[in-house]
Design a protein around this ligand. Structure first.
Ligand code: TYM
Length: 385
């Protein structure tokens, strides 16, 4: 079956094993996870359960940390013409967890031009309300306000432009075309944009670690060619799979198709109803399910429990066993998830109420933000790596 994974298009049933080979990234080994567990004092369920499944140079990040050189975190969100969905939270939750465990700085880019340049929206005005909403959604997650810098491109561009020029000088069109599949109808803005997405990896003179889904890897593959030429570190990456949409295993969660996704600004009761209609691994009848058991491996409801809504490993295992042995039917299982999703949204939406103040600190006057408004890029002697 065919599929496509680019930073602007994800479609079809993704073959992650093949993608690892195609992209040239590495699978996260049990040894590496063990080391991360030891240094972090535990593991986030998204790592424990293999949702973050691949990486580049995570071993080097941990070595840098152990040897006192440290590292920093970078991730981002490109606002579009619809609100963020629950899947979009994943890289931010991982970034927050890593920040908490390692006490490091985190940089969060809001490229408010990317979706327009990629011709996913018709105007910058259309994106504007979501820029604000997205920033608040991210600010509400509880990042360390003095160690986090959130910036939107159209505002911070004056500080990034010089570095972007240096980056862009080192990327030939033929390379960018091969990496991103640019063609005759691609806007020249999008062709330059990768230089900008690379810039935050140069914010500090140590190794960046980027938690994101694997669709963003092409940008950072280029970064790894360019950064050493400018005297900076090749970026490391911690890569996740994609959260399934509500319509079935491997389907996409698309904020513009409401029946496929739970949106962060959604009415919690409506969200609960959507969960009740989600695709499950259940049998045609209750009787059959009791006799033959259900299939959690193709069940969206179980998938969501395992990613975001059941932290307790034992409880998750019990849910799985009870399903497989026909002791748990889809109705109660869905009802429980619907309640948890509802509570999650209610809590998130309450937190949004004081996210404005947090966002201001992380954008303008927190410790890291204040420093970054004086940031000026300087190329250094090329690095050997
Ligand atoms: P964007 O806005 O398309 O997506 C934001 C982040 O969410 C991840 N993601 C998902 N993760 C899990 N399940 C899904 N279904 C899912 N859909 C999207 C994306 O991989 C991304 O990490 N170009 C970027 C914005 C950006 C960025 C960055 C991202 C700028 N700098 C640095 C990562 C790191 C974009 O359009 O993301």
């Amino acid at each position: 079956m065919s599929y496509e994974v680019t930073p602007w298009e994800v479609s079809g049933k993704v073959d992650y094993d093949r993608l690892i080979k195609e992209f040239g990234v590495s699978r996260i080994t049990p040894e590496l996870l063990g080391k991360l567990r030891r240094l972090a004092g535990g593991l986030h369920p998204l790592l424990e359960r293999g949702f973050f499944f691949a990486h580049r140079d995570l071993d080097a990040v941990l070595r840098d940390y152990e040897e006192g050189r440290g590292f920093f975190l970078y991730t981002g969100r490109a606002p579009s013409k619809s609100p963020m969905h629950i899947g979009h939270l994943i890289p931010f939750l991982m970034t927050r967890w890593l920040q908490e465990r390692f006490g490091v700085n985190a940089y969060i880019m809001i490229p408010d031009e990317e979706k327009y340049l990629a011709k996913k929206v018709e105007s910058l005005d259309e994106v504007e309300p979501y820029v604000r909403q997205d920033i608040l959604n991210i600010a509400a997650l509880g990042f360390d306000e003095d160690k986090t810098f959130i910036f939107r491109d159209t505002e911070y561009i004056g500080h990034m432009y010089k570095a972007a020029v240096h980056v862009a000088r080192h990327i030939n069109f033929s390379t960018a075309k091969a990496v991103f599949g640019f063609h005759g109808e691609t806007s020249i803005g999008l062709i330059f944009y990768p230089a900008l997405q690379i810039v935050p990896t140069l914010f500090e003179h140590r190794r960046p670690l980027i938690p994101c889904a694997i669709d963003q890897d092409p940008y950072f593959r280029l970064q790894r060619d360019v950064a050493p030429k400018l005297g900076y570190y090749k970026t490391a990456e911690l890569l996740s799979k994609f959260v399934w949409g509500l319509l079935g295993p491997g389907t996409k969660m698309s904020a513009s198709e409401p029946e496929t996704a739970i949106l962060l600004n959604e009415d919690p009761d409506e969200a609960a109803k959507k969960i009740m209609n989600a695709f499950t691994g259940g049998r045609a009848t209750k009787e059959e399910q009791r006799r033959l058991g259900g299939n959690p491996d193709i069940c969206v409801v179980y998938h969501w429990y395992s990613l975001l809504f059941e932290e307790d490993e034992k409880a998750l295992q019990k849910r799985r066993d009870d399903c497989l042995h026909g002791r748990l039917l889809c109705g109660p299982c869905k009802r429980e998830l619907a309640q948890r999703v509802k509570r999650f949204l209610e809590q998130h939406q309450r937190r949004l109420k004081d996210a404005e103040k947090k966002a201001r600190r992380m954008m303008y006057d927190g410790k890291l933000a204040s420093k970054m408004w004086n940031w000026d890029f300087k190329p250094l002697q090329p690095r050997e790596e």
